[in-house]
Design a protein around this ligand. Structure first.
Ligand code: LLP
Length: 446
């Protein structure tokens, strides 16, 4: 357990700690952001997001990186990602809607999903979405029925499960034989699906796709997946005569949540994956150019975002534990309750302070599992009214947020060059009844 000040490695790149201990990001003092926008507040360092996008594009090449929008999506982010030259992976009508409304070229979208509805498929086909990743035989039937007789072919990738263990949490493992995602390679289903795509008029088989899991630290897991996918690509080419143009290995690169975490660097991950795929394609005799694509989510936005809370109550239970309760919780970060995720915390008004006190940071929801940081190191003088920051909450925090206990969802700001931009406003209490039957209408007061 650390007692030192927060590790700079956990902070986004534009972070600064002033001599008076005040923490700022993007040139904005976090205390001032909390005053202006309220708490809880998600703050994203634009320079960190852009920097990570550029590292990915430099490592994998142009038109090879597709941002997985499930990690965090709003109009401003879709535009920023597009501006940096990444494509966007959308997995539902909702994600597709946000990306299209933001002005992203449909040809630069990729539609995922293990249970795409007829409406989702029809919207994607009509909009001219650049890639549809098919996930089941049922979906192929429905896609075949919705493809127009004339016009350019619908570009399709076949999602496969390579039977690889990603060495990560069971709930975020997706590449095993026993999975709701994709076609099984081992039992021949993946090959059958690829043949069907080739046989259906109006569909073009662009490539194969796999995603083995998320928060992955073990590069060997990707190498194993690359081998299976390359082997399949060669089989598909032999069976259909179609050259495989794209091999998409999905996302999943892990990030640092705590000082002890040591994820691979983007450049090392890219080099390993490229080498592994090149070797595997050569060994399997893949004929096509088989370009490598990746789909990072967490490793683009995770380290760029942080959450600012205010401490409302501190409860010391002698000889048991100290509970520090903040004004958010599992409604803005469900990852702790869901996966046992671990974070760190620091006080942004005393960011250089030693953190020698161990407490449990909890939220304001009506369950004991509503934990924000288990065994957090905080300054000894932490008090009610202090701000508390959890860094590295940029991925799967806001995107998995809920209104549990009718808690309005926080605001989100982007900071850069001393300016803060509100990209998602805080929900109001009125927003919470917006979908209800009219409280003033028939039946009211009955
Ligand atoms: N591609 C596909 C097909 C995916 O399903 C995912 C994530 C990604 C790419 C992006 O993976 P990333 O680079 O973000 O690891 N809610 C969980 C993570 C679920 C990931 C689901 N799929 C969490 O908070 O850990």
């Amino acid at each position: 357990m650390t007692t030192s000040a927060v590790d700079p490695e956990l902070l986004p790149r534009s972070s600064r700690i002033a001599p008076d201990g005040q923490f700022s990001v993007g040139g904005c003092r976090v205390e001032a952001l909390a005053e202006e926008f309220g708490t809880p507040l998600f703050v994203y360092d634009e320079a960190e997001i852009r920097g990570r996008c550029r590292e990915y594009v430099a490592a994998f090449g142009p038109d090879s990186v597709i941002y997985a929008s499930k990690a965090f999506l709003c109009t401003a982010l879709a535009r920023l990602i597009d501006d940096e030259g990444l494509m966007l992976d959308v997995a539902t009508a909702g994600e597709m809607h946000v990306a299209l409304r933001a002005g992203v070229d449909p040809a630069r979208l990729e539609l995922h999903g293990n249970n795409k509805s007829d409406a989702e498929l029809a919207t994607a086909v009509a909009a001219g979405v650049g890639r549809i990743v098919v996930d089941s035989h049922d979906e192929l039937d429905r896609l075949a029925a919705s493809v127009p007789v004339t016009g350019p072919p619908v570009r399709v990738l076949v999602r496969v499960t390579p039977g690889v263990d990603a060495h990560t949490h069971e709930y975020v493992t997706t590449g095993a034989d026993d999975s709701k995602f994709g076609f099984n390679v081992a039992n021949g289903d993946a090959l059958r699906a690829a043949r069907r795509v080739v046989d259906i008029d109006g569909l073009e088989l662009v490539g194969l796709h796999c995603h083995i899991g998320s928060q992955v630290f073990v590069l060997a897991a990707y190498e194993a997946a690359a081998q299976v996918v390359a082997g399949l690509a060669a089989e598909v080419e032999a069976a259909t005569g179609v050259e495989i143009a794209e091999l998409n290995i999905g996302g999943g690169l892990g990030i640092r949540y705590q000082s002890a975490d040591d994820p691979p660097a983007i450049a090392d991950y890219a080099r390993d994956l490229q080498d592994a795929l090149r070797a595997a394609c050569a060994a399997a005799g893949v004929k096509g150019a088989a370009r490598l694509l990746v789909e990072p989510g967490r490793s683009i936005v995770g380290p760029a975002g942080l959450t600012v809370y205010r401490v409302g109550t501190i409860k010391e239970i002698d000889g048991v534990r100290t509970y520090v309760a903040v004004d958010g919780g599992m409604s803005d970060n469900v990852r702790v309750a869901l996966y046992g995720a671990r974070y760190e915390a620091f006080v942004p008004t005393r960011a250089a302070a030693e953190r020698e006190r161990i407490v449990t940071v909890v939220g304001k929801h009506c369950e004991s599992g509503d934990i924000v940081v288990r065994d957090a190191s905080v300054p000894a003088d932490l008090a009610v009214g202090d701000l508390l920051v959890t860094p590295d909450t940029g991925a799967y925090g806001y995107s998995m947020a809920s209104n549990y206990n009718k808690v309005p969802r926080p605001a989100v700001v982007f900071v850069a060059d001393g300016r803060a931009r509100l990209v998602i406003r805080r929900e109001t209490l009125e927003d919470l009844v917006r979908l209800d039957e009219d409280p003033e209408g028939p039946g009211a007061g009955g």
